[in-house]
Design a protein around this ligand. Sequence first.
Ligand SMILES: *Cc1c(COP(=O)(O)O)cnc(C)c1O
Length: 360
Amino acid sequence: MTKPHVKLFIPGPVEVSEDTLQAMCQPMIGHRGTGFQDLYAAIQPKLQAILYTKNPVFISTSSAWGVMEGAVRNLVAKKVLNCCCGAFSDKWFDVSKRCGKEAEELKIDWGQPILPEAVDAKLKTGQFDAITLIHNETSTGLMNPLADIAKVVRKYPEVMFIVDSVSSMTAVKIETDALGIDVLLAGTQKAWAMPPGLAVFAVSERALKKAEKMPGRGFYFDFPEFKANHDKNMTPSTPSIPHIYGLKFKLDQFEKEGIENRYARHAKMAQKTREWAKSRGFELFPKAGYESLTLTCIKNTRNIDVAKLQKALKDKYKVLIDGGYGPIKGKTFRLAHMGDETLETVSQLHVMIDDCLKSL
Ligand SMILES: *Cc1c(COP(=O)(O)O)cnc(C)c1O
C-alpha cells in the first residue's frame, strides 16, 4: 500500500503509482554486465516505437535540462534560434548563451503560440544552424503547433531541430522521424509519470554526425559518447538503474493500455478540465486552440485567493495543485492531467476544488 501522502496534481513531478515505485525497487546489477545490457536492449525497441524513430533513443541520468544544455553544446556551431513563449523556453535562450553559443530569441508573449511564419522569417536570414522549440510549454499550459513548425524548419536542411517534449512525450503522438526532428527529449517526472532523475532523447543520424565534429561538447552529455555506448547496450556513465527498471515497467504498461487509448485518455482529461474551468466562470490562459493536452493553465478571472485554495485542497483532501508559475503566480493556477490520471481522478479533483471554492 502507498504510504499516506499528498497526491500531486502539479505539472511535475506528477504522482507516481505504487506499482511503478515497486518496479523500480530491484536488487542492483552491474552497469557493464550482461544483465544491464539485456535490460537496455529489451527496452530500446519500445522506446523507438513510442518516439516513432528508427534512430537510437539514449538514456541520460539527469533531469531534462542536462539534455537541453547538451543538445546546444553538441549541435550549435553558428547560431541557435531559441523560440521563447514561457518560462522553460525563455530559459533555453539563457542556457544557450551560458554555453557560450551565439543565440537569438524568437520572443512571443506568454500564452501565445510560436507560429510557423515567425520561425520561417527568422530561419530565412540564413544565420541559424539550430532551433530550439518547446512543444508543450508547461508554465503557460500551451501546446505549440509542432507539425506546422516542423514543415517550415525542414525547408532548411542545415538547421538542427531540437524539441523539448518534457510534458507531452508519450501523452501526445510525436512522430520524430516523420517530422524531421533531430533531437526529441524529455525528463521522466512529467508525462512519463516516473520519479525525477532520468531523461530520454532520440538523436538523428545527421545530428550525431554533426556532433562528432563539434568542439567543447564536454563529456557527460557528449552525444557521440552516448552512441558508442549505445552500440554496446550501455550508457556512458553509471545510470540510475532503478529508473531504467521503471522505464521498462512504464513501456509495458503503455502497451497494455494501447498507445492510441493513452492519447485519447489524455485528450479527454484535457477537454473535461477545460469544460470544468469555463463552467465555473474561469477562462483559460493560453490562446484558444493552443491549449495543452496534459495540463490546464486557468486564468484567475474570478480573482480567487489561489494560495488559499491550494492550502484548503491540501488540508482537506491531501492534493496539491499549482498556484501559477513565476510572473503569473496567483493570476493563474495549473491542474495537471497526465501520466496515470484518468477521467475519474481528474473529475474527483474538480469536485474537491468546487468544494474548497465554497469556503474561500
Ligand atoms: C519541467 C520542464 C523542464 C525542466 O525539467 P527539469 O526536469 O527540471 O530539468 C523543461 N522543459 C519543460 C517543458 C518542462 O516542463
